[in-house]
Ligand binder design. Structure first.
Ligand SMILES: N[C@@H](CCC(=O)N[C@@H](CS)C(=O)NCC(=O)O)C(=O)O
Length: 250
């Protein structure tokens, strides 16, 4: 099989790209990546050729010839996650365990259902945190969170606490790394950017989970790349900037 290509946006800002990228990395799926500049004319050709919605991430592999196309195109992070689970790894992305063990065990089935449900919740909702706290890895910024945003944070803290109860201190949400950790990784980075700066108190278990995620080597590699980016995308900047890491373009 040809190596898949994951087309992603600017690492400082593109939270959906991070989810798909981290999932593929965490499950040892070999892929190439191509970074496009979000909202920039330089991205038009590659998006026209590969992204039916004009958005990233998109995963593509195979050939697209005039007579015979076996090109696979998967757009939308949730679809990429399902496709990766179905075709690109021997592990079950919802539990992090071998697919063979997952079906045969009731507690794995419960975890799988929980993992899929919180991923769906993140994908289709939690708009308060998504709109008021856009991912901006380089920045520390102060916002005035609305009631909706605070309610989303409370809901997310409940999810973390429920998943992590009775687990070891440095555990991922379901023990082994799963798709849920990939889907909530941008939340961890958003809390890093805005929570302390905005006086938003977090539960100890939330801080503990954030520390676990921030010590993940793949997530660290993504953050390092983000800190080396210089482009500012005004649409994705929020709040009063308290500090910025790296050197930015004008
Ligand atoms: N539901 C999509 C959302 C994708 C999305 O909104 N991607 C953003 C970057 S994080 C994008 O491509 N924005 C460019 C645009 O809207 O033109 C998914 O899950 O992948």
């Amino acid at each position: 099989m040809q190596k898949p290509l994951l087309i992603i946006g600017n690492k400082n800002y593109s939270s959906w790209s991070l989810r798909a990228w981290l999932l593929l990395k965490a499950f040892n799926i070999d892929f190439d990546e191509q970074l496009i500049e979000l909202f920039h004319p330089s991205a038009t050709a590659i998006l026209n050729d590969n992204a039916p919605t004009g958005k990233v991430p998109v995963l593509v592999y195979g050939q697209d010839n005039d007579n015979n196309s076996d090109k696979v195109t998967v757009w939308d992070t949730l679809a990429i996650t399902i496709h990766a689970n179905d075709y690109l790894t021997d592990l079950d992305v919802w539990t992090g365990l071998s697919k063979f063990h997952t079906n045969s065990n009731t507690s794995n089935r419960i975890n799988s259902a929980y993992c899929q449900s919180i991923i769906a919740e993140m994908h289709s909702g939690l708009m308060g945190i998504r709109s008021e706290m856009p991912m901006n890895i380089r920045a520390t910024a102060k916002i005035q969170p609305s009631a909706a945003c605070l309610s989303d944070i409370a809901r997310i803290e409940n999810i973390f606490a429920d998943c992590l109860k009775n687990r070891s201190k440095d555990s991922y949400l379901f023990g082994a790394f799963t798709a849920a950790d990939a889907f909530f990784a941008p939340v961890v980075l958003r809390l890093q950017t805005y929570a302390e700066a905005s006086g938003i108190p977090l539960q100890p278990i939330t801080k503990q989970y954030c520390a676990t995620m921030l010590s993940n080597l793949h997530l660290q590699a993504w953050q390092e790349a983000a800190l080396n980016e210089t482009r500012i995308i005004k649409e994705d900047e929020a709040g009063e900037l308290l500090s910025v890491a790296g050197v930015l373009a004008d």
